[in-house]
Design a protein around this ligand. Sequence first.
Ligand code: B12
Length: 214
Amino acid sequence: MISDSANNYMQDYLHHLLSGNRTMCSSIAKDYIANHPSIKGLYENVFKEALYEVGLLWENNKISVAKEHLATAITEGILNELYGNLEVLEKQNKKVILTCVENELHQVGVKMVADIFEMNGWDSYFLGTGIPINELIKYIKEENPRILAISMSIYFNYQQLVKMLELLKLEFPELSIIIGGQAFTHKKDGDFKKIEDIKYISNLYDLDNYLKTI
Ligand code: B12
């Protein structure tokens, strides 16, 4: 449940996103941090909620594809801007590689996930979208991460995910894999979340708690 205050920030942020005002969006984000010192709160309650609203407006033809692209680009830019100010706990000497299931183009959520790892002292290697599985396997061999994090927003990529996980488990039986993304909330089938041996984490608060336990 979003507080009234966070909701006001979200509405304000959304308003300026839709008018393409990056400077105002950036000030709102900094103001939020000054008043609620929580990057997770900013990401979950302001950025994510505003982009979900953008999605609904787009789906209902209330805004153009161009505005949706602009809103995403502004938010990604602000994530980059805030990165230098993330408060990082003691370095853990642990690596995570983050990527998306093949065919997936949504990368903002998993970029936030990378920041939560960084704040917990991990070294994160955010590959974004579009990495072919053979290249991913090569890179995992090079970096030897403790965790591989995979994002999926579109549920018709599910078979792709299963194939990808099978290959990865074959190559790296000991590698911990976590998955997340909206595909798992849209699909109503309960079994969808229960891919054997793979941990599903739905949001940044749960991820942060999980990272404090391992
Ligand atoms: C921006 C956007 C795009 C951009 C993405 C650009 C980019 N750089 O990422 C572009 C234009 C490419 C795009 C394309 C499409 N999109 Co789009 N898109 C969106 C939009 C508006 C915002 C996405 C976003 O950034 N959300 C905010 C982030 C922060 O939220 P999140 O991804 O859920 O992440 C959170 C959690 O899920 C979690 N999480 C995410 N990943 C992971 C991974 C791990 C390991 C963990 C632990 C947690 C975790 O952490 C985040 C914080 O809580 C959404 C609307 C929405 N509801 O999100 C639609 C939306 C996702 N898109 C949608 C659709 C339909 C499409 C297209 C099929 C449209 C089309 N006809 O071409 C294509 C598909 C392309 C593809 N193959 O992937 C639908 C999906 C509907 C569905 N049920 O599947 C949505 C919901 C819009 C809608 N309301 O209809 N899209």
